[in-house]
Design a protein around this ligand. Sequence first.
Ligand code: FAD
Length: 389
Amino acid sequence: MAAQKALVVGAGIGGLTAALCLSKQGFDVVVFEQSNHLSEIGAGIQLSPNCSRVLHYLGLEPVISRTAFVPEGTEIRHWKSGEMLSSIRRRQSPVNNSSPYYHIHRADLIAALTESIDSNPRIEIHTSSKIEAFQQEGNVANLILDDKEISGDLIVGADGIHSVIREGLFGDDEPQFTGNVAWRGLVPADKFTKGLVRPVTGLWWGPGKHFVHYYVRGGEMINCVCVVEKKGWEVESWTERGDHSELVQEFTGWHETIVGLIDAMETEVCYQWALFDRAPLQRWGSGHVTLLGDACHATLPFLAQGAAMAIEDAAVLAASVATHGIEKGLEIYEQLRKVRTAKIQNVSRRNAKIFHMRGINAWARNRVAGIATKNTMNWIYDYDVLDVV
Ligand SMILES: Cc1cc2nc3c(=O)[nH]c(=O)nc-3n(C[C@H](O)[C@H](O)[C@H](O)COP(=O)(O)OP(=O)(O)OC[C@H]3O[C@@H](n4cnc5c(N)ncnc54)[C@H](O)[C@@H]3O)c2cc1C
């Protein structure tokens, strides 16, 4: 019997992982990407054990561990004094032990995924292919591209927060600007005395702002994410250059480590990104068409779980349709994923408020942070997604 054919829209982290998971479950896969090349630029990403588990299952461990950095833990600090408010070491658990916490450059992650796809005869990728819409007739699902129809057994809309597949399923519904802007930049590690920037995920809480730093490229570069509450600037793009002098101004008066990191940032790769999200969806698909990743659960980066959820989605989707057939499998996929991803979205939103507290609220938060943050991530990291289907 011929293999079933899955059409994946979008070659971001979610779409590429879905292609690999679906092919591992016996599907032929065609991926359509609107950009003319596959890449994510200028920033790092944290991959927690719940998602690195899937990447290892796909055989990517040797490539990822070559370029990633494994942090000792997370340290939360006061924005001005640098006082340590909480130190969370990586703990031992069945998932954690076999799947490390990685910090990786996004371009290195995309390269690892595409390297595996290039050597996989079941997967084709078409770049410069912007999908306009889809149609379903019985068991056939068609994508529309340049007035042509491409037929498959399954469509996966992994086309991000402005998804055309979601719009086709449920109508237009604009994402909401959250009032936060993220700056992202890289700093060469050799600009700092060894040991000055700790080998951890560094999280600094300040009034109306927070700052995250961690090593990527095996420790050669430091990735910085600087989030600032801001009104009236709502450009959502990975490639919108930020004005470095504005960033310097935003963090004036912060601890010398943060001021030093901003000063040392490579200004030509300093980007700005307005943070949008949307409420959890009631449904993710219909018939032979479904959604995955930011297309169905765009998530603020305050838990570092947006891409992790897209990667988890990919594993559950593929196993579910392979086990239960497409229509039933997609229903089960939705049931298995909706509660967890909605909780992640909601906790990320709540963290936006906690990280940026001011005055007496911030003082009270800092007093309890050491205890309050100890085990809060276990339900996320210990989740064994390969076991759920
Ligand atoms: C500042 C910041 C920091 C973050 N840090 C983390 C982190 O540390 N850890 C983590 O897990 N997550 C993090 N995230 C979230 C994470 O980046 C996203 O959740 C993740 O990239 C979503 O992947 P995706 O594949 O679903 O969507 P996208 O990355 O948006 O990919 C969608 C793809 O679809 C393509 N596309 C769109 N429309 C079409 C079309 N019509 N036809 C063809 N192609 C199309 C796009 O070009 C794109 O390549 C962060 C986000 C931000 C903003």
